[in-house]
Structure formats: C-alpha cells, structure tokens
Design a protein around this ligand. Structure first.
Ligand SMILES: C[S@@+](CC[C@H](N)C(=O)[O-])C[C@H]1O[C@@H](n2cnc3c(N)ncnc32)[C@H](O)[C@@H]1O
Length: 674
C-alpha cells in the first residue's frame, strides 16, 4: 500500500476520535522514525500505538501547561517552593528493584561531592563556603539547573522560571529537584576565586538519535565555553548528545544509555542515564578547576580516595545496572511497557521491547560469561596450526581453495558469500534434529546429567544428539574481521523486538524485517555453568520460576568416556543473558534452528549455540526454536511447561491426547446391554 493510502487510513481512525490531522501527523512521523518506517506496527491493533501515543502526548502537554501556570503564579518569578522531589523519584525509579537514580551534591569537609548513583562516579571539588552559590543567566530560559546549599547539604536544583535567579533564596536551598521534559538550555559561568562553575538551564525535548555522528567524540573534547557557543541555539540534550562521546553513552555502564523516544514531548520520565546523565555530565564538565583545589580523579573518573558514601553508591549502581530503563507507555494501558533498547547499547543494534508482561528481571550480556566452576580454557597456544588458517588474508571465502577452517564442514565453508548458511548444511542440521536416526545419538559412559541427580548410582545415559558444528575463523587465522567465515562472532545484525505473545507464552522475540533462510539471528547467551551448578540452581528454585532459561552444551558429550564436572557445561540465561532468552519453543516446525559453533577453542566442551532461520521468516513473525523437550519425561529436573506452540506436530498436545485416550480406554464403562 502506498504511504498516502496508509496515511489516510490512519487519519480515518483518528478523525473518528475527533483528533485533528495536524496533531496526528507529528506523532505519526515520530512513530515511523522509531519503527524504521514499518507501518505494520503502527497499524497493529487498530492503530493502538498511534492513538495511545497521541493521548499520552496530550496528557503530558496538559501537565506541562499546569506547571507553567504554577510558575507564573509566583509573582516574584521565583522558582517554585516545592519542586516535586517525589516526582523525580517516581520517574527515575526503576521498575525492577525500585532503585532510584539520585544525583545530588553533598558538601563533605568543604568539598562538593557529587553523587551519581547510576554512573557510580564521584567528583570532589574543593569550594569555599561562599562559592557554593551558583547562578544562571539568560533571558529566554524557563528551566534551570542550579546548585543550592543549606547547612551541610548542597543540592542540584532544577526549576522553571522566566529568568533564572541571580542568587538562590535561603528557603529554596534544601530543595532537590530534577524533573523536566521541556524547555531550553542555557549555560552560564561564574568565576569565584580559583573555581569556575558553570550552571545550566536545560530544555528537554526528548533525546535524539545518537548513533550516526562520527564527529561526536571530537566535539566532546571541546571546552565548555566552546561547547556552549556551538550549541547555544540547541536544546541541552541536543548539545550534550551531540558532544557526548559514544562510548560514554553506549559504553560499559548500562545505565549510561540514552534513548530515542517515540515522540518529542511525551511525558518524559527523567530516565536512567537520560536527563540525569546529561545534567550530571553537564555539571561535571561544568565544574572546572582552575587552580590546585580540584581533587584528582582516578582512572574511572572516580574521585581518588574512597568513603562510605562511595561504597554505598557503588552498591546502588551495581544493583541499578541490572534494571532495564523503563520508558513511557502511552495511553490508558499503564501496564504496557516500552524499552527502546534492552541491550543497553551492548549489541551492534538496538533491540526494543514492547508489551504488557511483567518487565523481565535479568542483566543483559552480549557474550557468555563463566559463572564459577566451569572450565573454559581459551588460549591461542591451544589452537593448533591444523585448527586455523594462519596463511590466509582478507576474506577466506574469496579464495578458490577452502582454508583449514573448513575441515569441520567437509572442506566447504558453511556460509555463502552473502553471509547465509548454505542450504545443504542447514538442511542436514534440520533433518538430524527433527528426524534423528539411531546412529545420531551417543551415550556417555557416565552421564553428567544422571550423575548430578544421583552421585552414587547414576542411571544410564539417556543419549545425546550428535550435532554438526560450524567452525569459524578466529584470532590465529590470517584473515580479517570482514572474512565471510566470521558470522556469529560479528554479533546480531537483524532487527529484533521482544514483545508479549498473544498465546500467554510470556515475552517472545519477533523480527521486524523479512529474513531469508539461513540468516544468523543471534546466539544463545548466558552464564556458563556446570551441569552440577545448574542442577543445584534448579533445586534451589524448586520449580517456582514461571519461565526457565537453561540449555545444555552436550553436543560432544558422547565422544569422551567420562566428563569431569567442570567440563560438562550448560548456558543459563536466567539471571544474565541476551535476547535469545526470550525466544519461545515450538515443536518440530520452528523457524529457527540452533547450531553449535566452534570459535575460540577447539575443545568442544564449550562452544557457541547460534540460531539461524530454518526457512524464510516474514517481518513480525515470532521467532521460535525447538527446545528439544521430551514432554513425557516427568523425571526431568525442570518441569516442562504446558506447550502453547500451536504447531500441528506439538509433542505436548500429542502426548496429552495419547494419555487422555489411554485413560478413556481404561475408564470407558462397558455397555451393560452387551
Ligand atoms: C527461554 S524462556 C522464553 C521467554 C519467556 N516466554 C519469557 O517471557 O521470558 C522459556 C519459557 O517460556 C515459556 N514458553 C516458551 N515456549 C513456550 C510454549 N511453546 N508454550 C508455553 N510456554 C512457553 C515457558 O514458560 C518457558 O519456561
């Protein structure tokens, strides 16, 4: 359908609700930006997102207007008396642990200590008592951030007024206020003694897209003054976002992540790493030492020396890093969630989450990580010359002679030049998984699974499916990262979304674009635990978790007689994992297949488990894989869920039918007449 037609269809719906076209248009534009021009998501559920977004916008404007009126009531043009500390906490609070991000300045022995619990940074600046006042200037300002001190506390203030005050009034000094979704930015500098302080007045309009400006990190080098003059016509966020080094936004600290919002002026929850982070950094860059009085910062921007408050804030920060940044959810359905990037910037690509399930509680990790007892030994010395292609260069796939890394796949690369898994290889994997023959199973002499259940008299091994491996080039190979035999290690490149499934399976994953057969989607990432550790986790959990997230890396278990505990490994994404932890199960005809991939180590106790499309998958289709569950195994340590996959070959439905049938056969009363 042409866009015009789509536009007029959308207007038809909104007009029916008496919403003028010109008010709908900007909302639509933003949604299209966020959804990468995908109309399907906007059209879904009778334009639900559009309508919700519109009303949310309206609601937030209403709130803003009220704020403005409140401000104007003050005939002295002073900042409001009570500026919603509660609001701030409310907005910043995370949905998971109710941890709030707090940004405040505390005077500690005549020093300013900036506490930023989310980024775990502390700065101490010596300032004389009289230097604790900050003023801002600027005529067209209606939102200010300033510092106020009272007794032993100095707070960051944020208020709205037509002109920022020259001097903070004593009564206002105890107010901590840090909310806003609007207005403009102004930075003014006050020099007193040897300390130069910049105050900022901020106009928040919702963050911009952050990824595309290559000059951003260069700009971040600009001194504050230059920065300000460069951006004096922009909003604070624009200025900061544009000047902010990307690694700081998307770097190690998940909470440093800034996000794009659907609409400029949606009721803005001052978000974790959003508004606060900006103001934090504004202020950090703003407080500039001219003499010797500034405390030196450690390598991680931490103030040298530690204190109890440092420890406390560090603890809070650690807790906080697990928490997904909650975003607005438009409209009446307050249970609906939207996160623009669950990966917190750790993947190549953002992965959004939308839906009304309880928000997931886990830490996003883009790569597997050893929990405790697992033996994963990665070293170049263990990669023999036979196991790599050190004489190759550039892209191994461009050479007419297959390199040593193809030995695992019969002297042929597993991937095509287009980066897809070759049909032949893929079809064999699918066949082996779904129609395994007897010789596709191996049996361990002493199975780690049975051993974990009973150390003394383990039962016989139930068998493990023999798997075909892909082997990718790696560090000891002569080729580079563009090599066509390095697909999984380059990470996710598909546009994925976590969403709530209609079938009550909880969260699921869907693709936002069509995917051809053989596309690498993502790997299953989690904590690398030993089979024994997993067993103990399951015992502790006692089946109370609604959803479970472990996979066993048993593709090579049969090749060794007895595996040590630390070599029998599993991946558990319950507490830490990547997007794959949301992929639901489908019996037999799932559209993804999991394939073992050898990358860093030739020993097969540890390998990667990668998902490839088993057929062409259409945009918005849910992605599924067959967990390989035996629904009739009631002795399994993890109780199988009741399968809602809806597949015609659903094994759970089949075994339930079978058992119903056998029950009926037993209990059907015999006909007395016969
Ligand atoms: C790896 S998680 C998948 C993501 C999960 N739906 C969530 O909300 O986090 C596996 C859990 O999802 C649910 N699940 C997955 N596939 C299912 C299916 N076909 N039918 C019912 N529940 C399913 C089960 O609770 C299972 O323990």
């Amino acid at each position: 359908m042409a866009s015009n037609k789509k536009l007029s269809n959308a207007f038809k719906v909104t007009r029916a609700l008496d919403i003028p076209d010109d008010e709908v248009k900007p909302v639509l534009e933003e949604l299209l930006k966020v959804y990468d021009k995908s109309w399907e998501l906007i059209e879904a559920e009778e334009y639900r997102v559009l309508i919700d977004s519109y009303f949310e916008l309206k609601e937030s404007k209403g709130r803003d207007d009220q704020n403005d009126i409140h401000m104007k009531d003050d005939k002295y043009g002073r900042p409001p008396k009570k500026l919603c500390v509660e609001d701030k906490e409310d907005h910043v609070s995370s949905t998971r642990d109710k941890v709030n991000q707090n940004l405040s300045w505390v005077v500690d022995d005549n020093k300013f200590l900036m506490n930023d619990y989310a980024s775990e940074r502390h700065k101490k600046v010596h300032v004389k008592e009289k230097e604790k006042q900050m003023s801002s200037s600027g005529d067209k300002v209606n939102h200010s951030v300033a510092l106020a001190n009272d007794g032993d506390k100095v707070h960051m203030k944020n208020y709205i007024c037509e002109k920022p005050p020259k001097k903070l009034l004593p009564k206002e000094k105890n107010q901590l206020c840090f909310t806003s979704n609007k207005v403009s930015q102004n930075i003014a500098r006050v020099k007193d003694g040897d300390v130069e302080i910049t105050t900022s007045t901020v106009k928040f309009r919702g963050p911009r897209e952050l990824t595309s400006d290559p000059n951003r990190s260069k700009r971040s080098e600009l001194p504050v003054k230059q920065l300000f003059s460069k951006f004096k016509n922009s909003t604070a966020e624009t200025a900061l976002l544009e000047s902010y080094p990307k690694h700081k936004l998307y770097g190690n600290g998940p909470s440093l992540h800034l996000e794009k919002k659907t609409c400029n002026s949606y009721s803005r929850e001052p978000t974790v790493g959003g508004t606060e982070q900006i103001a934090n950094d504004l202020t950090k860059s703003a407080v500039k030492k001219v003499g010797d009085s500034l405390h030196s910062l450690g390598p991680n921007n931490e103030a040298s020396g530690s204190s109890n408050s440092n420890m406390a804030s560090r603890k809070k920060a650690l807790k906080f890093s697990n928490v997904p940044q909650k975003r607005f959810i438009p409209g009446e359905n307050r249970n609906k969630h939207w996160l623009s990037d669950i990966t917190k910037g750790t993947e190549n690509i953002k992965i959004s989450l939308v839906g009304n399930e309880e928000l997931p509680k886990f830490t996003y990790i883009p790569q597997n990580i050893v929990y405790q007892g697992a033996y994963v030994h990665i070293s170049l010395a263990r990669v023999s010359d036979m196991d790599c292609c050190s004489s190759c260069s550039g892209d191994c796939l461009s050479s007419s002679i297959p390199c040593a890394c193809t030995s695992e796949t019969g002297g042929e690369f597993a991937y095509t030049r287009e980066g897809l898994l070759k049909d032949g290889f893929l079809n064999t994997c699918i066949l082996m998984k779904h129609n395994p023959e007897d010789h596709h199973f191996v049996f361990c002499q002493e199975c780690p699974i049975e051993r974990a259940k009973n150390d003394y008299i383990p039962e016989d091994c139930k068998g493990h499916l023999v798997r075909k491996f892909i082997k990718e080039c790696w560090r000891k190979c002569g080729c580079d990262m563009t090599c066509g035999n390095r697909v999984v290690q380059r990470g996710i490149s598909c546009n994925l979304e976590v969403f709530s499934t209609a079938e009550r399976k909880g969260w699921g994953v869907r693709t936002l674009k069509d995917l051809p057969k053989g596309t690498f989607v993502c790997e299953y990432v989690g904590e690398i635990v030993t089979n024994m550790e997993l067993y103990e986790r399951n015992l502790k959990n006692n089946g109370s978790d609604k959803h479970t997230y472990p996979v066993t890396l048993d593709a090579d278990w049969g090749s060794e007689k007895v595996l040590k505990d630390e070599e029998a490994l599993c991946l558990d994404a319950t507490f830490s994992g990547n997007v794959a932890r949301f992929i639901n199960h489908r019996c037999e005809d799932a559209n993804l297949i999991d394939i073992p991939v050898e990358i860093e180590t030739p020993d097969r106790h540890y390998y990667h488990l990668a998902f490839f499309t088993a057929r062409k998958v259409n945009a918005l289709e849910e992605l599924t894989w067959d967990y390989g569950i035996d629904f009739s195994d009631h002795n399994h340590p993890i109780k199988a869920f009741s399968c809602l996959c809806g597949s015609a070959s659903c094994r759970d439905a089949k075994q339930k039918d079978d058992s119903r049938l056998s029950t009926r056969l037993i209990f059907v009363p015999s006909d007395p007449k016969k």
